[in-house]
Design a protein around this ligand. Structure first.
Ligand SMILES: Nc1ncnc2c1ncn2[C@@H]1O[C@H](COP(=O)(O)OP(=O)(O)OP(=O)(O)O)[C@@H](O)[C@H]1O
Ligand SMILES: [Mg+2]
Length: 349
């Protein structure tokens, strides 16, 4: 005889650490496979593993059960639930790295487009004042930002829009001929303006493409707004990894949860032999660091010539070559991110 939901929930609730509201869903297949989805606050990986084992141990002995899988999503507070949060924006996700040129912007743009394709409402904020290139990669280099004033005389910024993503960029406001050193002091004000005075409307995700390193923008952003968390982009090279660790430490010091690591340029996929892969930089570095630090790895994106080419043409890889290895990897990153952030399904467009 097949078991029912209630029996399974009762069995799970005999685990002392588990509260009823943390059981998000229980599915029962005719084959006897039971799926359990839990939604928990950020937890350490050891506890996570022990919890999965405990759930299996409780459910397996129930009559008719052949197999049990357990998924744990992390329930993070949304912006509305945090003091100083940007109203109507559910989750602000910073994409950062210790080292420059590892692919933050490429990951941010393709991640934003992938989330939009999944049906989420997505904004992208280009916070790189030193080399803002989101507009170029989103095919909007010539677009300029629409700034108007509201009834109280405050400036209101209307985001640009392309490929399902609303976007504001420092590139639109900055005079490129102005020396970079003057930009620093303006920065804080600009970050706040983009966050609070842009007409984002209601968003599920606001992805923020950060400049490299651990400087003013990171601190300014962390202080202006309660971030849901940060994604750290690394490459498999040791130097980039060491730098990533520094970046991780900074976020930890600023009390920002690290949602996961994306290993970019993981391996090389030759265009003429797309089923081959070459580990030019040595493989698994990001995965190793992630495991060591107890941080999830959200995905490994290969190096593909077409990714750079499509970026240069202003068409994100996930749209230009949706079946490529790197596009698949980035969609996986998006899915893993959604799983971790556990966005409510009613927020889908
Ligand atoms: N997986 C990849 N395959 C091929 N080219 C890539 C890949 N990732 C990034 N690139 C290319 O590498 C260059 C740097 O990438 P990107 O601008 O995304 O890095 P970044 O970390 O944002 O750099 P910065 O620190 O300057 O902001 C770009 O020309 C981009 O097209
Ligand atoms: Mg960049």
């Amino acid at each position: 005889m097949m078991t029912d939901r209630e029996t399974i929930i009762q069995a799970l609730l005999t685990i002392p650490q588990l509260k009823p509201q943390q059981i998000q869903d229980v599915t029962i297949k005719d084959t006897g496979t039971i799926g359990v989805i839990l939604s928990l606050p950020p937890i350490d990986p050891n506890f996570r593993d022990s919890l999965v084992q405990q759930c299996k141990a409780k459910v397996m002995p129930i009559e008719g059960v052949k197999d049990v899988w357990v998924k744990i999503g992390v329930a993070l507070p949304t912006q509305a639930e945090k003091p100083g949060g940007v109203a109507q924006v559910k989750h602000i996700i910073a994409v950062s790295s210790g080292k420059g040129g590892v692919g933050k912007t490429s990951v941010s743009v393709n991640l934003a487009v992938s989330l939009a394709e999944m049906g989420y409402k997505v904004g992208l904020m280009d916070a790189d004042i030193y080399g803002p290139n989101v507009p170029l990669m989103l095919g909007m280099d010539s677009a300029s930002l629409w700034v108007e004033r509201d009834d109280a005389g405050n400036e209101i910024v209307e985001p640009a829009f392309n490929y399902g993503v609303k976007m504001v960029s420092m590139a639109f406001l900055i005079d490129r001929d102005q020396p970079v050193m003057w930009r620093g002091p303006m920065l804080d004000g600009m970050v706040k303006k983009f966050l609070h005075q842009a007409k984002w409307g209601s968003l599920d995700f606001l992805v923020v493409d950060m400049p490299p390193g651990t400087g003013d923008v990171q601190i300014s952003l962390a202080q202006s707004v309660p971030l849901t968390g940060a994604i750290v982009v690394t490459t498999p090279q040791t130097v980039a990894l060491l730098d990533a660790r520094k970046g991780l430490k900074m976020f930890q010091n600023l009390n920002i949860p690290i949602l996961g690591i994306v290993e970019n340029m993981s391996y090389f996929v030759p265009p003429d032999l797309p089923d081959r892969q070459y580990d030019i930089f040595g493989s698994g570095g990001g995965t190793k660091t992630a495991t060591e630090l107890g941080i999830p790895i959200l995905g490994c994106v290969p190096l593909e010539i077409s990714l750079r080419e499509s970026s240069d043409r202003g068409i994100p890889m996930v749209l230009a070559h949706p079946d490529s290895k790197s596009s698949q990897a980035i969609r996986q990153v998006a899915q893993n991110l959604v799983g971790i952030v556990a966005v409510n399904s009613e927020s889908r467009a």
